[in-house]
Design a binder for this molecule. Structure first.
Ligand code: NAD
Length: 471
């Protein structure tokens, strides 16, 4: 049992004596850690500390910021095994993938900012004006459980690099990697108060953070439902918001595409982290005359993904993060059957041999109607909807026919054609013929998927105000 009954406020670990929140292991359901269900008072103390630290940190030199980020980068590399183990247990991502993604990506992203920062133009000239990019102020960061450290790093690294101070409220479902991060930062030269961590429920500490007048920006990743609440609260005193929210991304397989490669690529993407990925390609759009073949290929790909213990090196599909998430996904699978979709693989029953933990069978539905609930709502589990279309225009209409717009994919034998269709998708990212993930590409959503962008210079600009001096 990992006792984490503490918060990190003003450069110190502050012991918490009150109620705690249990953290469960996804593969067994066992309680593996306890974190504070902190009160509003602790959050206010953290905001006060961040506010007091802001002026000095906003005037810190480039060298001071680079030194801290370099120390953070080394710490993330040193603690990679601890991070992967913690996230594997909490979220259920298989250890091999968790090592590469959940532990590897935070270090990679930190490195991109270390490389970019020295050349970033914090001042530029426009006519007779000097344009200055100034840190926005105290930033409240609120993050989800599915990529728990990655989402935190995408906020705190550019925020600190911009000269902002930060209060982090991590997910109470997968909080351990945030504690490892605080531990690493505690060993760096970061001045006290620049980074603060308060753990607790969204409705209490999260609510205090989004409403406090000293907080000038809220950077949030999570559900569209919570994003709504944050937007409303921020409107009251014109806080800046950056929102990364849900998705229902379409993989558009054009008639001339290599069907085998496109289906494999889509299934692998959809099932990554058991479907607990905001960018998951959960709708596979196929020409109507290739629908049955695509379903067979998808079923064959899914058959190789037997759920298993995420701590085993060979496991490719782990459990879901919580009992609540498992039950929600099973309800959606039952709904798909009730809505008349064809169950091609999987189903609502627990997978064989998985009597403990939060396992769900990888499931494929065929002949899914584009306006049905399983095709419109984010399921956040290993469920793929295969949707037939008659022509390209209809495929684009279906792809754009949800409230979301986070990611997508297009597959075609003709790259130019694939790019043309990609350019018609109302979404923040599109993978063309399986293009590789790029940590320097802007990432974010259209519509109900988000506001603002993360990664690279776009991620840094979110934390900067613009001031112009007329000379
Ligand atoms: P969630 O919205 O329930 O919780 C996210 C965070 O918000 C948690 O820290 C939670 O405690 C906090 N919160 C909840 N209620 C709050 C309130 N009233 N005030 C302030 N804070 C509050 O989301 P989740 O279930 O943790 O994460 C899953 C969701 O995150 C999915 O919808 C997924 O698509 C989305 N997501 C999006 C991205 C992206 O980059 N677009 C990335 C990962 C996850």
């Amino acid at each position: 049992m990992n006792d984490l009954s503490k918060n990190y406020i003003n450069g110190q670990w502050v012991t918490w004596q009150g109620e705690t929140i249990d953290v469960h292991e996804a593969g067994t359901g066992d309680v593996i850690a306890r974190v504070p269900a902190s009160g509003r008072e602790e959050m206010e103390q953290a905001i006060t500390a961040a506010d007091a630290a802001f002026e000095a940190w906003s005037e810190s030199t480039l060298d001071e910021r680079l030194k801290v980020l370099e120390q953070l980068h080394s710490g993330l590399k040193e603690r990679a095994a601890d991070i992967a183990d913690a996230v594997c247990r909490e979220v259920g991502m298989p250890i091999k993938l968790a090592t590469g993604i959940q532990a590897g990506l935070p270090a990679t992203v930190t490195k991109t900012y270390l490389k970019m920062l020295p050349d970033f133009p914090f001042t530029e000239t426009s006519g007779n004006s000097e344009v200055q990019y100034a840190p926005v102020g105290v930033v409240g960061c609120i993050t989800p459980w599915n990529y728990p450290l990655h989402q935190v790093i995408l906020k705190i690294v550019p925020a600190i690099a911009a000269g902002c101070t930060v209060v982090l409220k991590p997910s109470e479902i997968a909080p351990q990697s945030a504690y490892i991060l605080a531990d690493i930062l505690d060993g760096t030269d970061l001045p006290k108060g620049v980074f603060n961590l308060v753990c607790g429920e969204g409705q209490t500490v999260g609510d205090t953070l989004i409403k406090h007048p000293a907080v000038r920006m809220v950077s949030f990743t999570g559900s569209t439902r919570t994003g709504h609440l944050i937007s409303h609260a921020a409107a009251d005193d014109f806080k800046r918001v950056a929102l990364e929210m849900g998705g229902k991304s379409a993989s558009v397989i054009l008639p001339d595409a290599d069907l085998g490669a496109a289906v494999k690529g889509t299934v692998n993407n959809c099932l990554l982290n058991s479907g607990q990925t905001c960018t998951a390609l959960t709708r596979m759009l196929v020409p109507a005359d290739k629908h049955d073949e695509a379903c067979e290929l998808a079923a064959a790909a899914v058959a190789k993904m037997t759920p298993g213990n995420p701590l085993e090196e060979t496991t490719r599909l782990g459990p879901l993060a919580s009992a609540q998430q498992r039950d929600k996904v099973i309800d959606y699978i039952r709904l798909g059957i009730d809505e008349g979709a064809t169950l091609v693989a999987g189903g609502p029953e627990a997978p064989e041999g998985c009597d403990k933990g939060y396992f769900v069978k990888a499931t494929v539905f065929g002949n899914v109607k584009p306006d049905s609930r399983i095709a419109q709502e984010e399921i956040f589990g290993p469920v793929l909807c295969v949707i037939p279309y008659t022509d390209e225009a209809e495929a684009i209409r279906i792809a754009n026919g949800t409230q979301y717009g986070l990611s997508g994919a297009v597959w075609s034998a003709d790259d130019a054609k694939a790019k043309k269709v990609a350019g018609k998708l109302r979404t923040g990212q599109v993978t063309v013929n399986g293009g590789a993930f790029n940590p320097l590409a802007p990432f974010g959503g259209f519509g109900h998927s988000g506001l603002g962008r993360e990664f690279g210079k776009w991620g840094l600009e979110e934390f900067l105000e613009v001031r112009s001096l007329q000379l």
